[in-house]
Write a protein that binds this ligand. Structure first.
Ligand code: UD1
Length: 419
């Protein structure tokens, strides 16, 4: 077990380069199962969720060669249609993408009931609904999900809830199905578009990703090729919020500034300075106490739930009282109890949290309850007076590549220490 020890209070300053998107990568790796060939995946984030995914794919006979820390060559020509070990697939949420991909490749998928961050109930009824609409049978029970089919046939899918996972899984299952599939009420997140772009690069026929309706014309097979994963919108947003929380000045490179609009708009409302230097570089700086704002998390292009906790750190020392309404995950305010240990004044009432801005946070011993909460507590520690210890940092390692190295390059005093 490791922890971060952070000595505040530092104004983060300098340049940071954003890695490939975790949430795109954890879908694109299983999507390679639909290819009968060799894919080179570039800009892959070097994080623990990716290492676990590669290990799972290897159990299915996929050959994976790492040519540098952020590039892998994935050879899916010799896939065995066997079940991946349940103890591996049950470890993290994104293993659900194996279902759509394996249904397309093998007509059968068995996956351990997905684990992952503890954000509240994480149903998969919409995934099941999509697979069934394409002719699969889905059974859920005894800690696993089993989906089988003789033959996938294109169909109409209307999702009851806007779900990133169900949208991507429906795309995966329909790419090699017979005929045309339409999916309505879909998620429009950048990583949904990126998965569609990857599949189209390999020969799929997907239209409308990023809009309200996605249409997929099934193709007979996909071929290999090279694909570079989109920059991580959430990592970029985390550094933007770190700049404001620490009253710093950060230039964020290798991001897609358009994907950051929902956050940039709020930060401008709070009085932070944002300069779009180019389509892939943005500078954020803030010398004064930010103004209070109200925030509601929503599917893209709304304010992302994955930036709710680092935004909570900013609001903890903003002027006046701010409010966050969390509409996606019911347990996403656990970090507020940790911030209160650091002197914040946050009062949670159900799905709403009220942040009464204080002048300063001070160091404390805190613990990450999920990936994004972990990053938020690290930012809080850098902005606080004194020393902060952040425990449970294995959550952070799941999704942020070299977070402490990137923060150190911006001036933070942060060390990884064995417990
Ligand atoms: C993805 C992201 C996660 C992010 C979330 C919302 C990945 C690997 N993870 O998670 O970081 O916080 O999107 O942007 O990309 N729902 C149902 N039934 C379903 C599926 C979802 O009711 O079958 C509900 C969920 O409970 C939640 C909402 O839909 O309230 C959104 O969930 P979803 O978009 O599916 O999240 P994930 O894909 O799991």
């Amino acid at each position: 077990m490791e922890k971060f020890v952070i000595n505040g209070k530092t104004n983060l300053k300098g340049e940071v380069t954003i890695s490939g998107a975790k949430n795109a990568a954890v879908a694109i790796l299983p999507a390679t199962l639909l290819v009968n060939g060799i894919c080179t995946i570039e800009n892959l984030p070097n994080i623990s969720d990716i290492n676990i995914y590669c290990d799972i794919l290897k159990t299915l006979g996929v050959k994976i060669t790492q040519t540098n820390p952020n590039t892998v060559i994935v050879d899916t020509r010799y896939v065995s249609c066997i079940d991946a070990p349940l103890e591996m697939t049950g470890k993290f949420r994104a293993s659900y993408y194996l279902i759509g991909a394996l249904l397309g490749r093998c007509g059968r998928a068995v996956v351990g009931m997905p684990g992952g961050c503890k954000l509240g109930a994480r149903p998969i009824d919409q995934h099941a609904k999509a697979f069934e609409a394409l002719g699969a049978t889905v059974e859920i029970g005894q800690g696993k999900i089993m989906a089988t089919t003789d033959h996938l046939v294109g169909g109409s899918i209307y999702l009851d809830t806007v779900s990133v996972g169900a949208t991507i899984n429906a795309i995966l299952a329909s790419v090699l199905a017979d005929g045309t599939t339409t999916i309505e009420n879909v998620a429009k997140e950048p990583h949904v578009v990126d998965v569609a772009n990857f599949l189209n690069t390999m020969g799929a026929d997907i239209h409308g990703a990023g809009t309200d309706i996605i249409k997929i014309n099934g193709v007979k097979e996909l071929h290999g090729g090279t694909y570079s994963i989109v920059p991580d919108q959430i990592e970029a947003g985390t550094f933007m919020l770190a700049a404001v929380a620490t009253r710093g000045d950060i230039t964020i490179k290798n991001c897609i500034t358009k994907h950051l609009d929902p956050l940039s708009a709020k930060l401008k409302e709070m009085g932070a300075n944002i300069e779009e230097i180019s389509g892939d570089t943005i500078r954020v700086w803030c010398n004064e106490r930010p103004k209070n704002v109200d925030i509601k998390t929503l599917p893209y292009p709304g304010f992302p739930t994955d930036l709710q906790s680092p935004m909570g750190v900013v609001l903890s020392t903003a002027e006046g009282t701010s409010m966050i309404s969390e509409t996606i995950w019911e347990s996403r305010f656990q970090y507020t109890a940790e911030l209160n240990k650091m002197g914040a004044k946050i009062n949670v009432q159900g799905k709403v949290a009220f942040f009464e801005g204080v002048n300063d946070l001070y160091g404390s011993i805190v613990s990450a309850s999920d990936l994004r909460a972990g990053a938020a507590l690290v930012i809080a520690g850098i902005s606080a007076n004194g020393t902060t210890e952040v425990h449970n940092i294995e959550y952070i390692d799941r999704g942020y590549e070299k977070l402490e190295e990137k923060l150190r390059a911006l001036g933070a005093d942060i060390q990884r220490v064995k417990e």
